[in-house]
Design a protein around this ligand. Structure first.
Ligand code: ASP
Ligand code: MG
Length: 409
């Protein structure tokens, strides 16, 4: 008998049949004796529809009003699910974020949860009810409705699981779990049985969009056992757990990639203290996030610096940097927005040397030129020409034994 938080995303509650399907799943779990708190998203497409409505009235809607509007999406799905559960003879009660008192700060449209009042939920559970909570929303101390940022229902689920001390937070979605790579690019990609929080965090931030990054950060920080599984296909899904609990220890868990970045280089900058700050200061001030940074000093006491930004920020960053270059007397600014980043992720890297060289060897064998490299304890990323991304990802997936179904040595 477990205590579970089960979260169902927009696709899972996309229409009435699907809501009935979710109700049947929840009821089945409750009939097995589990205590269940359900978190739901708005019906698929609804949040976008509401955003569009607001923007047609005003391209820059007031954040406070945006939250009042967007929170309605989840309110519809909790009520419909509670009605569907009741119809199946499963007692249930729905609550908005404000009602269960998920308190947040007052950063409208991107609020952070500060507290969750567990007593009302525990009382309902003790009375044998299923508790259905609206994802993505809360209430600020001054009584305003807030939302947690797009995809925020995942965060609600993880935060509830943590606050209530649930045994597991199950994220039901439209894929069967987390894969070794994107099956659309690598047909041999396999479903992972388990992965660590840290690996998931790297994969999520690299564009594997199964889980909201903030939810994974939260789960990692508070050691919440998470599982991603399909609403539509029976299966074990992928367990996202603390490293100590891993059963297998593959070298590499996944090959991730993204095409969202662009690269900018400033050449021939006089090499003296403060250079990096002069180059990146204006970029940071414009709220542009920088990902990889490479700096190198050449023989003539000049330095080159290359960094990557999100593709959407490419033009702004180029303009800013061209100004900086004139101020600093640099030789030249160049940019390339046709790059891709490929990353190997795996906690096994910590205890194995030679992963990077094997990665470079594999790419070289395919004649793929590496433009930038960056590493962390459990990740190695390279930037390549976007033309070669798919080839590189497939080659690495094969080279690191991820095509085979058995765990590699
Ligand atoms: N409904 C919200 C969104 O579409 C929250 C969520 O689905 O997690 O972003
Ligand atoms: Mg969603």
């Amino acid at each position: 008998m477990a205590f579970l938080v089960q979260k169902f995303g927009g696709t899972s509650v996309g229409d009435l049949d699907r809501i009935r399907n979710v109700a049947a799943k929840v009821k089945a779990a409750r009939d097995q004796g589990h205590r269940i708190v359900v978190v739901v998203s708005a019906m698929g497409g609804e949040t976008n529809r509401l955003v569009d409505l607001a923007r047609s009235v005003n391209p820059q809607p007031l954040p406070r009003e945006m939250d009042v509007l967007l929170a309605t999406g989840e309110q519809v799905s909790i009520a419909l699910l509670a009605i569907a559960l009741d119809t199946l003879g499963c007692p249930a009660r729905s609550y908005t974020g404000a009602q269960v008192r998920i308190t947040t700060n007052n950063a409208h449209t991107k609020a952070r949860i500060t507290n969750i009042d567990k007593d009302p939920i525990m009382a309902d559970l003790a009375a044998g009810k299923v508790v259905v909570v609206a994802g993505f929303q809360g209430i600020s101390d001054d009584g305003n409705i807030t939302t947690l940022g797009r995809g925020g229902s995942d965060t609600t689920a993880v935060a509830l699981a943590s606050a209530l001390g649930a045994d597991e937070c199950q994220i039901f979605t439209d894929v069967e779990g987390v894969y070794t790579s994107d099956p659309r690019v690598v047909p041999e990609a396999r479903l992972l049985n388990e992965i660590t929080h840290e690996e998931m965090l790297e994969l999520a931030s690299l564009g594997a969009k199964v889980l909201q990054i903030r939810a994974v950060e939260f789960a990692s920080k508070y050691n919440v056992p998470l599982r991603v599984l399909s609403t539509f296909v029976e299966g074990e899904g992928t367990h996202i757990i603390p490293e100590e609990q891993l059963m297998e220890q593959p070298l590499i868990s996944g090959v991730a990639f993204n095409r969202d970045e662009a690269k900018i280089t400033i050449c021939g900058v006089p090499d003296k203290p403060g250079i990096a700050f002069s180059v990146l200061g204006p970029i940071a001030e414009a709220n542009i996030e920088v990902d990889m940074i490479v700096q190198n000093v050449s023989a003539d006491d000049k330095t080159d610096m290359t960094f990557t930004v999100h593709r959407n920020d490419f033009d702004t960053a180029m303009t800013l940097l061209e100004k900086t270059a004139r101020d600093m007397d640099a030789e030249e600014v160049t940019g390339d927005n046709r790059i891709a980043k490929i990353s190997l992720v795996g906690v096994g890297m910590r205890s194995h040397a030679g992963i990077a060289s094997k990665m470079f060897e594999t790419l070289a064998a395919e004649s793929i030129n590496i433009q930038m490299i960056s590493t962390s304890e459990i990740k190695i990323s390279v930037v390549v020409d976007e033309k070669y991304m798919e080839l590189g990802v497939r080659a690495l997936h094969a080279a690191f034994g991820l095509n085979e179904s058995a765990a590699q040595a």
